[in-house]
Design a protein around this ligand. Structure first.
Ligand code: NAP
Length: 306
């Protein structure tokens, strides 16, 4: 039989590792099951300039290595595996990976969200070299350049508006002829002289070997293709929370995000959630870390230690 842990944390991004740090310091010996992307979404970005405490900025992977080392220093234990199944119906809770079963009195779900991808070959190859999923993270690298944003929702327009602080020209590429974004953001984008729109269009290829040099854009109405000169591609076509394995046990909203009930607790007493897995509004490393801290404190209280 596996040992019953006081607490197991699922996910090792800013939320999961901050929770691990607090719980390790509370002598709860937390186990963190990292999932497929230990370190989370910051592992996919380059320089992080908006995380307080690093006035010169810090590379995303370096920052996450510091998070991990700090949690480990106090006794957090990381398991580099992915969770395939959970059983929150019985206590202790059971967490299954490919080869192991873990049991815990309390669980923090910090599995995050993943940016939806276009599914193009160049998208992965040039990620961090012109292809980005976060203007707040990477916008400043495009000072004086031309960039494109794909998407027609609030995120796409927020990204486009933010990018006008740096880029000379921002082209929003949208697959339809109407935006989904809120009227106020539409108004702002339409009246911004740096922003132009390419309607009924999709990106079918990303050009460039070492960095983005252009995009092949196809008009979905007539099939005509053209090359758009751009050095940056921001993909803002939504996020998907990593919650599939919890479906049926943890209450999710209509978009699949975890719904919190009391503080950071979910509908299951003893199961908590932190970070992008429940928060689709702020989605910052610093807010995720804050949520991780809150969940850890709630776990301590739940276990009667506070
Ligand atoms: P979203 O509202 O789901 O919009 C996604 C956009 O991407 C849509 O315009 C969609 O096109 C397009 N899209 C989806 N898949 C695509 C694909 N494969 N290829 C090309 N285009 C694709 O996502 P979001 O903008 O990230 O917003 C998510 C939620 O957060 C929304 O509820 C939003 O209101 C909220 N949010 C709010 C704020 C704010 O209030 N300031 C800021 C950001 C986000 P179609 O329109 O054709 O479906």
């Amino acid at each position: 039989m596996p040992d019953v842990r006081k607490v197991v944390i699922l996910g090792a991004g800013p939320a999961g590792l901050t929770a691990a740090l607090y719980l390790a310091r509370a002598s709860l010996n937390p186990l963190v099951i990292t999932g497929d992307l230990p370190g989370g979404q910051l592992m996919l970005t380059s320089m992080v300039e908006n995380f307080p405490g690093f006035p010169e900025g810090i590379l995303g992977p370096e920052l996450m290595d510091l998070f991990k080392r700090q949690a480990e220093r106090f006794g957090a234990q990381l398991v580099y595996d992915r969770v395939s199944k959970v059983d929150f119906r019985r206590r202790p809770f059971k967490i299954y990976t490919e080869g192991s079963v873990f049991e815990a009195e309390a669980v923090i779900i910090a599995t995050g969200a993943s940016a939806r991808r276009l599914g193009l070959e160049g998208e992965k190859r040039l990620m961090g070299r012109g292809v980005s999923f976060c203007a707040t993270c990477d916008g400043a690298f495009f000072k004086g350049k031309e960039v494109a944003v794909v998407g027609g929702g609030d995120s796409a327009l927020e990204e486009a508006l933010f990018l006008t602080k740096f880029a000379n020209k921002v082209t929003v590429i949208h697959r339809r002829d109407r935006l989904r974004a809120s009227p106020i953001l539409q108004q702002r984008a339409f009246s911004n002289l740096k922003i132009s729109f390419k309607w009924n269009s999709v990106v079918v290829d990303i050009l460039g070997e070492k960095s983005v040099e252009g995009l092949v854009v196809e008009d979905v109405k007539n099939g005509l293709k053209e090359v758009l000169n751009t050095q940056g591609l921001f993909v803002a076509i939504g996020h998907e929370p990593n919650t599939e394995i919890f479906r049926g046990q943890i209450e999710l909203d209509e978009k699949g995000y975890i719904m919190l009930k009391k503080g950071s607790m979910t509908n299951v007493e003893g199961v908590f959630a932190a970070g992008d897995v429940h928060d689709h509004r702020y989605r910052q490393a610093i807010t995720a870390a804050g949520f991780g801290c809150m969940a850890a404190l709630d776990v301590e209280r739940y276990l009667g230690l506070r």
